[in-house]
Ligand binder design. Structure first.
Ligand code: UT7
Length: 329
């Protein structure tokens, strides 16, 4: 049995936060943000809009496009670092309940910006082992809830949104997800973290809301991301006897245009091969790859059988890549 990437869906909140607005909140400029990151604006969820609300919107689209009926979904896995609740119930169980699916396997995983590649690998493994047939995977983030809007080093980067995909069993090898790499290096965990709110914080009695905001060693993370991702995509292509020119769509995690360009240049990719949404959504962590893929799909530019290369890097540190054909319609 093989696992096929059957459909894609996404949800983008209405409210736009522009660089000009941010420059009134912190000491920054549109010029600096554009030059250093490629970001022009990002979306911000409404105050009463939760990560699971956005996930459900994305999931409904993915399910409808898959041709699979809801009742046939046997597992939901959500990648998020901004769950509805720390630590339970999981966002996946909230999503399942909101969708009227109360008897599925449902759980969250925490792999930050690499979350979507991780949930894709989990879906693939469960399907190939024969344990599950139709797995709904979701990357959903309300990053605005864990972002410090007084820190110019991070608040210019992040945005909210959700993306979802149906991964389904198939006996057609041509449709199969080719390969997935996932990796982590916990020794660099302090490069990107929300330091408080867990058992690792010895001062829980004094915990303040701000203490669970993202802290990032941006420049250090940037350098390692470029080096690690470049090596990883070169490896996954070589291991699968695939040339960069065979990739129809390179859909990277949308953290920073300069990271995407450096990896794309290392593979000598043409501009048309590289999918970019960072300018309009910023960094939506685990949601960024499926959101970008969904834009491509809705623009009519993602067709059955086209080869995709995904890559992502984020907190943990974690990273990964995936090589797969689009098996949807
Ligand atoms: O998705 C998960 C993984 N995360 C990432 O991949 C993020 C990776 N990091 C980045 O994208 C970049 O490091 C940033 C965009 C966060 C920062 O860009 P940078 O080119 O690495 O800048 P820097 O941190 O080295 O800072 C350069 C200068 C500093 O000033 P001095 O020390 O040279 O005077 C900063 O204080 O830019 C200053 N700076 C800013 N200036 C205006 C930092 N943030 C801002 C800002 N506006 N928002």
């Amino acid at each position: 049995m093989y696992a096929a990437f059957r459909s894609i869906g996404a949800y983008v909140p209405e409210k736009i936060l522009t660089n000009a607005e941010l420059s009134k909140m912190v000491d920054t400029t549109d010029e600096w943000i554009t030059k250093r990151t490629g970001i022009k604006e990002r979306r911000i969820a409404a105050a009463n809009e939760t990560t699971s609300d956005m996930a459900v919107q994305a999931a409904e689209k993915a399910i409808e496009r898959s041709g699979i009926s809801k009742e046939d979904i046997d597992m939901i896995v959500v990648a998020t670092i901004s769950p509805d609740y720390f630590n339970m119930p999981s966002t996946a169980t909230v999503v399942a309940h909101k969708m009227g699916l109360d008897k599925v396997t449902a759980f969250d995983i925490s792999a930050a910006c690499t979350g979507f590649i991780y949930v894709l690998s989990i879906a693939k493994a469960f399907i190939e082992s024969g344990m599950k047939k139709n797995v709904l995977i979701i990357g959903a983030e309300k990053m605005s809830a864990i972002t410090d809007y007084t820190d110019r080093g991070t608040c210019i980067l992040f945005g909210d949104g959700a993306g979802a995909a149906m991964i389904c069993a198939t006996d057609n090898k041509e449709e199969a997800i080719t390969d997935i790499h996932t990796a982590a290096d916990g020794s660099l965990g302090d490069f990107l973290m929300t330091p408080d709110g867990g058992t690792g914080n010895p001062h829980q009695a004094e915990l303040k809301a701000e203490a669970s905001f993202i802290q990032m060693k941006g420049n250090e993370t940037f350098k390692i991301a470029v080096r690690t991702l470049t090596n990883d995509v070169v490896e996954i292509l070589a291991e699968n006897n695939t040339k960069a020119s065979q990739i129809k769509h390179f859909i990277p995690h949308q953290a920073n245009y300069r990271i995407i360009k450096a990896v794309g240049d290392a593979l000598k990719l043409e501009k048309e091969q590289v999918v970019l949404t960072v300018h309009k959504y910023g960094n939506t962590s685990g949601a960024s790859i499926p959101m970008a893929m969904n834009d491509l799909y809705e623009e009519g530019n993602l067709k059955t059988g086209e080869l995709m290369l995904l890559d992502a890097f984020g907190g943990g540190l974690t990273w990964g890549s995936a090589l797969l054909p689009f098996a949807g319609k």
